[in-house]
Design a protein around this ligand. Structure first.
Ligand code: PRP
Length: 211
């Protein structure tokens, strides 16, 4: 048998949605992800190996060829600009990137501070707007920054909008819509093209809701 097709999958909620889509495409990758602490899951009957990775790291594993395929948020792809093929919009985990802050607070005239874990997306956006800003990079709980007066705005993911609301923040502008994408290592695409195309076709039908 050929070497298994290796897929880097994000841990947590996206895994559940992605595994469901895979099942519809004929690949049974169900695990009790919450229960298991295993980082490499083997599915020998399907000749597939799954690597459980942090969402931000999936693209790294695929770029370096440690995984042939990955499932990554468009937010991560926009932020990291890596050498991988983006082959399919899986349309799962929809959310968007937005600019938010305390209500009724005009942006400071001089170098407003923006907290974010997406420095590139934020810089690109404000550059297009002709604003000179200062990025304050944070790794999570970004909403804290304007509440405590550290920054004027945040650039962050909005899903249900609950986090903003419960912290008394409002959305100022939407930057871009986000969904999860199927990505492929370019060398793997050459070496395992048939298996990968088969998976892409199956997933594409599952996304489109076809039989
Ligand atoms: C994300 C994002 C927001 C929140 C938005 O955070 O950074 O904080 O979800 O979701 P909502 O609109 O449904 O409230 P995540 O849970 O990934 O944790 P983080 O704060 O550590 O980034």
């Amino acid at each position: 048998m050929n070497k298994p097709l290796t897929i880097a999958m994000p841990k947590g909620r996206i895994y559940e949605e992605a595994a469901e889509l895979m099942r519809e495409a004929g690949y049974h990758l169900e695990v009790d992800a919450e229960e298991s602490r295993k980082l490499i899951l083997e599915f020998p009957e399907q000749n597939i190996q799954v690597m459980m990775a942090k969402p931000m790291d999936v693209v790294t594993y695929v770029e370096y060829g440690a995984a042939d395929i990955g499932i990554a948020g468009k937010d991560v792809l926009l932020e990291q600009d890596r050498d991988v093929y983006e082959v399919l919009d899986l349309k799962i985990s929809p959310c968007y990137v937005a600019v938010a802050g305390l209500p009724n607070q005009p942006l400071s005239r001089v170098a407003p501070k923006i907290a974010t874990k997406y420095p590139k997306i934020a810089s690109d956006y404000f550059r297009e707007q002709g604003e000179q800003i200062e990025i304050i990079p944070l790794n999570g709980s970004i909403e804290l920054a304007p509440i405590i007066g550290l920054t004027d705005r945040i650039v962050d993911i909005v899903s249900t909008g609950r986090t903003l609301k419960e912290n008394g923040l409002v959305e100022y502008e939407k930057i871009t819509d986000i969904t999860s994408r199927l990505i492929v290592n370019p060398v793997s695409y050459r070496l395992k093209g048939r298996e990968i195309d088969e998976m892409v076709t199956g997933l594409s039908k599952a996304v489109g809701g076809e039989d």
